[in-house]
Design a protein around this ligand. Structure first.
Ligand code: BGC
Length: 854
């Protein structure tokens, strides 16, 4: 056995603007840690010591099986040393020393020293001035002002800022995992205050919170702060990302005791208090009322210029115009989906090897987000669409008509306040309940004005076609315009609405005939407004099904071969491909992942003789997820909070241009699943709880990206609403819920711009893995939405779903695959044994070639 050595897991520079680090995605305990690995197994009973700059340090020692494969081992020991909070300056170095560890053979591990150096600061580059300007605008418009009592904000521009809370030093600007950014430079909150404003910092507090605690400073320190400025600012932050859901615990949805005590104390000591929530998902904000804080700002993960934008809002150079893309509930128990949101311990992530399957039953049906709160009269902390401005607008509907095909409106918006600003106008419909019940209101359009100067007015011409006024009728298998009265409302949020007109439909009419697909295996008792108590979700059927063999979803699905619309040239290439070539082509040939490794997430195999150009795909909801630093936008939910369609298109364009510059041909974005429950780990990457808003914003993003010639990929189709068990979850819902809520954003996005590709999700839906569901791939997407791009699996779906089953169902590209024959031999075997039809494979090749040879 070789001598055991300790090595640094990935020699990526420590980044003071990345308080969570790459390993957080796999294990939250490693958040903020620099991670080392031992070459052999370690004797856990003989604990060694770790020193940082000579001081003994706490560390995390864990056996890991996830990363072990990369080292051709079954398990390795990881050593995590938390340096975030200690290394807080650009370029700062720390010496980490480990000694006294023994391997399982009793041999000592040599004392080892590492120098950990933080990334240097980078100034924005002139060359990217225009791109950076869009990133700054996205951050500005993505910030939402939730409370502003007595106009506490904006602050006096040369005020001394008393900032409390460790989160000030661990301000987050991106999600973890696929939603991460690798930005050229980051202007965090602290640096932006010091460099880009006339504010000054209370240095004593700044120093006090460098250890990232949320402790209350001494009474003397508080008094000194109060003398400088009788206003306190508290920063609360939460990480979020793929693979692990957030929890219904203190420190996640709820405040920790320290955070709560801190807000309470600051609000008692200072005449005015402002709280900044820097989180990827909604949290419990009842503290705002309880401690009567004056100002509350939601600043999600706002990208490379998040800090700068926030400072400009604090000092009033920018007028906030963001709106909440989600309802912020007072408590989790107010959310009907909570009963069926499978909460599993983060220490028990169910990966592909788990021998269980989980059912998540969507008993809340169509009542997601404000559809529930508005219909059932439950008061949220902050409603969907909510966000304040430093000015006031008067919105008037000048004309209203319905011609049987669409509602046409003319609306004027006038800035009647004292500051220039942008206004978001939201349009909602209330549909008749004649055939089946409907939510009280549904968003059918939104528009954002340009920046209006004081007294300035803008006219908006709105057209809302019938298809957004329909409901899904399961009996008719059609989108139907019900008979009865339709009422339209407008407002600046979903709670303060004003009626603007209505019309009557005498006879119900079918707007689009489809067929029921992917029906659930059993009938679901869905929440009904007519019987709220009886029908309120009980969550009895949600949970782990131990007998995986019996429960594994395998409903019968209909397969229809949908042919690729392509040129003769591409058809000819595919028609001449041998079986071996086909088998090789449909398997991605990746060798690593994203920023950590090869710089891209996957690559199309350059099959001999086909002249396939290098085709690398990379993640990139908010930038290009590769090793070379590039642009860094806000995450999906904050992009969406802008309610600005043109901006969404610009963001897509900039990401496309930067991808092109780095030879990335396809961006694995936008992620656009519905926010069903705030604790889903991917909440920040996805857009909204509302399908119309999510679909429109994502559609324009796709448009911007595709126009640059770089391909987009909408994901994760469909109903990926939980992360901790993402490869082991089966979502179960009615066809109506599927069509009105979960499929809808994808359908809308595709109607705005067809993406080059789409990614199936890890989960199963109504009895079949989405990656192997022909009715979803060929039925919903190809037949109904006219999708002619290529379909890929999510990374490593083959851990739980058979490769041949996925290809058979019309999934075209298996990712990340490999360079050897691990997967190709399965495909060839499928062909040999007649399990897989060669024509299906050939069609897959055409779909991929269409994109690759574009
Ligand atoms: C994520 C995808 C991502 C892929 C490639 C998966 O783990 O779910 O969203 O695109 O990895 O990085």
């Amino acid at each position: 056995m070789d001598t055991t050595v300790l090595f640094r897991l990935k020699d990526i520079p420590f980044d003071i603007n990345d308080p969570d680090g790459l390993m957080y995605m796999l294990d939250h305990d490693f958040g903020g840690c620099v991670v080392f690995a031992f070459s052999n197994l370690i004797d856990e009973t003989r604990t060694g010591k770790v020193f940082v700059d000579g001081k003994e340090w706490r560390y995390i020692l864990k056996k890991d099986t996830n990363l072990a494969a990369a080292f051709h081992k079954e398990a390795i020991y990881l050593l995590g040393v938390k340096l975030s909070g200690y290394i807080i300056e650009y370029g700062q170095k720390a010496i980490v020393c480990a000694e006294g560890f023994y391997d399982i053979n009793g041999s000592p591990v040599q004392k080892t020293e590492f120098v950990v150096a933080a990334k240097e600061d980078k100034a924005p580059e002139k060359k990217y001035e225009n791109h950076d300007a869009i990133a700054l605008q996205a951050a500005q418009e993505g910030i939402v002002l939730l409370k502003n009592e007595n106009n506490v904000l904006p602050l006096t521009s040369d005020a001394v800022l008393n900032i409390f809370g460790g989160a000030f030093h661990s301000f987050r600007n991106s999600a973890v995992g696929a939603g991460k950014i690798n930005a050229r430079c980051i202007k965090n909150l602290r640096e932006s205050i010091l460099k880009f404003s006339d504010f000054s910092l209370n240095k004593e507090l700044d120093e006090f919170y460098k250890d990232l605690s949320n402790l209350i400073p001494s009474e003397e320190m508080l008094l000194r702060a109060k003398e400088k400025n009788d206003l306190g600012i508290v920063v609360i932050s939460r990480a979020s990302g793929e693979n692990i859901d957030n929890t219904a615990e203190k420190g996640s949805f709820y405040l920790t005791d320290d955070e709560e005590k801190l807000i309470e104390k600051v609000s008692k000591v200072f005449s005015q208090t402002v709280v900044i929530v820097n989180s990827g998902y909604p949290i419990d904000v009842r503290f705002a009322e309880k401690y009567q804080v004056d100002g509350l700002i939601y600043c999600g993960f706002c990208g490379m210029f998040g800090g700068k934008a926030l400072v400009q809002i604090l000092d009033g150079r920018v007028n906030p115009s963001g709106k909440l893309p989600d309802t912020w509930a007072k408590d989790l128990s107010d959310i009907p989906a909570d009963k069926n949101f499978f909460k599993i311990s983060r220490y028990n992530v169910l990966d592909g090897n788990a021998n269980v399957w989980i059912d998540s039953v969507y008993e809340e049906g169509i009542y997601v987000g404000y559809r529930y709160f508005a219909t059932f009269g439950v008061k949220p902390a902050y409603p969907f669409g909510y966000g304040l401005s430093y000015t006031k607008f008067s919105i008037r509907c000048q004309s209203f008509s319905y011609d049987g095909k669409s509602v046409k409106l003319t609306v004027t918006v006038k800035n009647i306040g004292q500051k220039a600003g942008k206004c978001v106008v939201q349009f909602y419909v209330s549909k008749p309940d004649t055939t089946v019940e409907k939510p009280k209101i549904e968003l059918v359009e939104f528009e954002k004005t340009t920046e209006l100067q004081c007294g300035e007015e803008q006219t908006l011409n709105i057209d809302i076609p019938n298809r957004f006024l329909t409901y899904y009728d399961e009996k008719k298998a059609a989108y139907v315009l019900d008979n009865g009265e339709y009422v339209l409302y407008l407002g600046e949020d979903s709670q303060t609405l004003c009626k603007i007109g209505g019309f009557f439909i005498e006879e119900a009419l079918v707007d689009k005939q489809v067929k029921n697909r992917m029906l659930p295996v059993y009938r679901i008792n869905e929440l009904s407004k007519y019987e709220p108590e009886n029908s309120y979700p009980k969550g009895k059927k949600t949970g782990i099904k131990e007998d995986v063999i019996a429960i594994e979803p395998k409903a019968k699905r209909e397969f229809v071969l949908v042919r690729c619309q392509t040129s003769e040239k591409i058809s000819a290439i595919a028609d001449n491909m041998t079986k071996e070539q086909l088998a090789r082509f449909v398997i991605c040939s990746s060798d690593g992942w994203g920023m950590e490794n090869i710089g891209g997430a996957g690559v199309v195999y350059p099959v001999d003789g086909l002249n396939i150009p290098e085709y690398v795909v990379a993640d990139g909801n908010s930038g290009v997820n590769i090793q070379k630093p590039n642009i860094g936008f806000p995450s999906g939910v904050s992009i969406c909070a802008s309610f600005n369609k043109d901006l969404a298109e610009e963001i897509g364009r900039v990401i496309g241009e930067e991808a092109d510059e780095n030879d990335i041909k396809l961006i694995l974005a936008p992620g656009m699943n519905i926010h069903r429950h705030p604790l889903c780990g991917r909440q920040p990457e996805y857009f909204s709880e509302d399908p119309y808003l999510a679909g429109k914003m994502a559609g324009y993003y796709v448009c911007g990206l595709e126009k640059t010639g770089v391909a987009s990929c909408i994901k994760h189709c469909l109903a990926n609403n939980t992360e901790t068990a993402r490869k082991r979850n089966q979502s179960i819902m009615s066809e109506r819920t599927l069509r009105e809520i979960y499929f809808k954003p994808f359908e809308i996005a595709m109607s705005i711009c067809q993406p080059t590709s789409m990614m199936t999700s890890y989960n199963a839906l109504n009895g079949c893995a989405t990656s192997a569901d022909p009715e979803m791939i060929n039925g919903l997407f190809r037949e109904e939405c006219g999708f002619n791009g290529f379909v890929m699996t999510d990374w490593g779906t083959y851990d739980t779903v058979n490769v041949v089953d996925m290809l058979k169902a019309g999934n075209n590209w298996i990712a990340p695959g490999s360079n050897d024959d691990t997967f190709t031999k399965l495909v060839l075997q499928g062909l040999r044994e007649g399990e897989l039809d060669e024509n299906v494979l050939r069609e897959s090749a055409k779909f991929i070639l269409n994109a690759v040879l574009k």
